[in-house]
Design a protein around this ligand. Sequence first.
Ligand SMILES: NC(=O)C1=CN([C@@H]2O[C@H](COP(=O)(O)OP(=O)(O)OC[C@H]3O[C@@H](n4cnc5c(N)ncnc54)[C@H](O)[C@@H]3O)[C@@H](O)[C@H]2O)C=CC1
Ligand SMILES: O=C(O)C(=O)Cc1ccc(O)cc1
Length: 311
Amino acid sequence: MAGIVHKPFYNRVALIGLGLIASSMAHAIRENGLARHIAGHAKSAESRATAAEIGLCDSVHETAAEAVKDADLVVLAVPVGAMGKVAEEIGPHLKPGATVTDVGSVKQAVIDAVAPHLPPGVHFVPGHPIAGTEHSGPRSGFATLFRNRWWLLTPLAQADMAAVACLRGFLEHMGAHVEEMEPTHHDLVLAVTSHTPHLIAYTMVGVADDLGRVTDSEVIKYSAAGFRDFTRIAASDPTMWRDVFLTNKEATLEILGRFTEELFALQRAIRTGDGEALFDYFTRTRAIRRGIIEAGQDTAAPDFGRGAAET
Ligand SMILES: NC(=O)C1=CN([C@@H]2O[C@H](COP(=O)(O)OP(=O)(O)OC[C@H]3O[C@@H](n4cnc5c(N)ncnc54)[C@H](O)[C@@H]3O)[C@@H](O)[C@H]2O)C=CC1
Ligand SMILES: O=C(O)C(=O)Cc1ccc(O)cc1
C-alpha cells in the first residue's frame, strides 16, 4: 500500500460508463471515503437517468468531456471497443496531471486505442479488476465487488511512479489486491483463465439450447451445477464479450487451438474405447486441482475466505 498517500485519494473522480464495474466503484468509493466528488457519464440516456435517480454519483453529465472536467482520476469503464473513442473525446478536456485508468478485460488493445489520445502530462495507468458478475448496468453494482479480488495494473514503462502508487492505494482501499503485469502477458493469462472459458460456456449453452428444442428443455431442467454456472456466464453482456474476443484475438485463438487439439484427442479416446487415455488424462487434471488446493491457491486473491464477497 502506498504509505504517503492518504484518504481521500482523489478530490474528484470521473466514471465514464455507468455499468457494473463503474457503479460498484461508485459504491466502494462512497463507502470508504476515497474521493470528495464522483462525476459520472454514460452514453445511454437511460443509464444516466437511472444513475441520477438512485444517486449513484454526485453529478451526472451528458457528455464525457463535461464529466472529466477538473477530475483528478478518470476511470474508463466502457466496453473495450469503445475505449479509443471515449479517450479521443476526453483528451482535450483532461486536467494536467490527472490520472486516467481503465477497467477493460483486455489490456494491449486498450493501450493502443487510448494512449495516442492522451495529452502529455496526463498519467495513463491501465487496469483490470478480476471481479465481476453476469449482470450489467448502473443498478447492478455493489460496494464489496472488489473485496479480496485481484486488480491487475499494466503501467507503461514510462509511467509516473507516484500516479501508480496513488491509484494502487485507492484500489486497495476498495479491498482489492493489486499486482502489476506486462500487458501482452496479461492478455495471454486472461485468455486462458477467463476469455476462452467464457467462449466454451457460450458454446455449451448454445448446444444445450439446440438440443433443448428437441427434448422439450430437459437439458436445462435437469442441469447439474457445472452447467448451471455455464448458463450464468453465458448471460453476460454480449457487447462486452464481443469486444473481448475482437481485441484479444491472437491470444484467444492460440488457446482455442490448443483446446480443440486436446478435445479431439479425448474425442478419439472415447470413439476408440481407449479407457486408459481417458483415465490418465482425468488423473492428471485431478492432480492439478489437488495441487492448487494443497498450495492454498484456491483463492480469488490471497486472503479469500476472510469476509470475501462471492460474485
Ligand atoms: N462485467 C464484468 O464482469 C467485468 C467487466 N470488465 C470490463 O469493464 C468494462 C465495463 O464493463 P461493465 O461495467 O460490465 O459494463 P456494463 O455493460 O454494465 O456497462 C457499460 C457502460 O458503458 C456505457 N457505454 C458504452 N459505450 C459507451 C461510450 N462510447 N461512451 C460512454 N459510455 C458508454 C454504457 O452506457 C454502460 O453504462 C468493460 O471494458 C469490461 O471488459 C472488467 C472486469 C469484469
Ligand atoms: O462472472 C464471472 O464468472 C467472471 O468471470 C467475471 C469476470 C468477467 C470478466 C472479467 O474481465 C473479469 C471477471
